[in-house]
Design a protein around this ligand. Structure first.
Ligand code: SF4
Length: 374
């Protein structure tokens, strides 16, 4: 093959779509692609080992491949998907938020958080979000587009590169956990998110070999997609952003509630827990004088208790990261304490989450919104 360019294997991307990348493909598709390129099938595994084992995505450095094809390979199947715009750190370097620019200028964020014995990446699944939650910076800008499978997965690759290069002080290992809690509603981009998860889980040479228990998918409550995810029978953690226990308030602060009501969402979450044997996390952003009353803590306990004992669920209270210029703000400390105490008295497993990165526009979409505005 020396000197001859490889045949073209991917069509030009449709308007608004990301260019196709190795990380968009299933293991079988990677092998087929290698064949179409005129390479023996084993080359596909060789290429994948560079990506998933050695965390390399510049094909010009894949020195075990013939030199004559590396440039072409880099151009064709490893197009540049993410360009780093800015990185901000907080918590003495233990929280690193990166703002990325995509090929079409869309911005997205991922946040890497290092803890004493693990590291967690919060990744984005869409550029923007169409769910229009009024308290959320991302929701205000609307949905720009779904991310491709590769654009999602490459955030994990980039974070692993940062960790193994020692760019995040205090750790050198690989990512242990990934939470789909960045920009976007992951289950509204179901195919790409599931494709990306399968790549995160697949053992070498097909993927990063992560544990399903280390991956959390959050949703604002898209009931049919929760049910579909249940059928996948992957022991992922499901996090449901409930934010209100009653339809009247939830219709307002989580507009998708006008489509699927609290009871339907909690039912679907319960079925998920029963099928996968994984405890569901109920996310509840504490908003001052909106949803933080003791009466609502009781209501929350009522609706969760009705679905069996407490083994199936855990409530995660999140102090709201206020968006500049928004009327939505964090609860008073005394209201937070009363809410927690009420849930504890009722026997509900509950934790009040720490607010990593609040000084770096840590809430989803805030850094992108800040940069876009400037
Ligand atoms: S809170 Fe989540 S679902 Fe709601 S608009 Fe923001 S990113 Fe979308």
């Amino acid at each position: 093959m020396s000197g001859s360019p490889l045949p073209l294997v991917f069509d030009a991307p449709a308007r608004g779509k990301a260019p196709k990348h190795w990380l968009d493909l299933t293991p079988d598709e990677r092998r087929e692609t290698a064949e179409k390129l005129g390479l023996p099938r084993y080359r596909a595994d060789q290429i994948s080992r560079h990506v998933f084992d050695r965390l390399e995505d510049d094909a010009t450095h894949f020195t075990d491949l013939p030199a004559a094809i590396r440039e072409d390979l880099a151009e064709q199947i490893f197009p540049s998907l993410l360009e780093r715009v800015t990185t901000r750190t907080a918590d003495k370097g233990a929280t690193v938020k990166t703002l990325w620019k995509l090929h079409d200028g869309s911005l997205l964020e991922s946040v890497l958080m290092r803890y004493p014995n693990r590291s967690t990446l919060c990744i984005s699944s869409q550029a923007g979000c169409g769910m229009a939650c009024p308290f959320c910076a991302t929701g205000q800008g609307g949905l720009k587009r779904n991310l491709s499978q590769a654009e999602i997965t490459i955030q994990a690759l980039a974070a692993n590169q940062m960790l193994t290069r020692g760019e995040v002080p205090g750790t050198t290992g690989r990512l242990n956990n990934i939470v789909f809690m960045g920009m976007g509603e992951p289950l509204a981009n179901y195919r790409a998110v599931l494709g990306s998860i399968r790549t995160l889980l697949a053992p070498s040479p097909d993927g990063f070999g992560m544990s399903a228990r280390g991956i959390t998918v959050s949703t604002v409550g898209l009931v049919p997609q929760i049910r579909k995810l249940t059928e996948e029978e992957l022991p992922l953690t499901l996090a449901v952003s409930l934010h209100a226990p009653d339809d009247e308030l939830r219709d307002e602060i989580v507009p998708v509630n006008n489509r699927w009501k609290v009871a339907e969402v909690v039912d679907a979450a319960w079925d998920y827990a029963r099928t996968t044997k994984r405890r569901v996390s109920i996310e509840y952003a504490m908003m001052r004088d909106i949803n933080d009353q003791v009466s609502r803590a009781h209501l929350l306990a009522d609706i969760l208790k009705r679905r069996g004992d407490w083994g199936w669920v855990h409530v995660n209270l999140i102090p709201l990261n206020p968006t500049p210029g928004s009327k939505w703000t964090a609860s008073r400390k005394e209201d937070e304490r009363a809410f927690v105490a009420t849930l504890e008295r009722r026997g509900v497993p509950v934790t009040l989450r720490d607010t990593r990165g609040s000084e770096i526009d840590g809430a989803c979409g805030q850094l992108a919104a800040t940069v876009e505005a400037s």
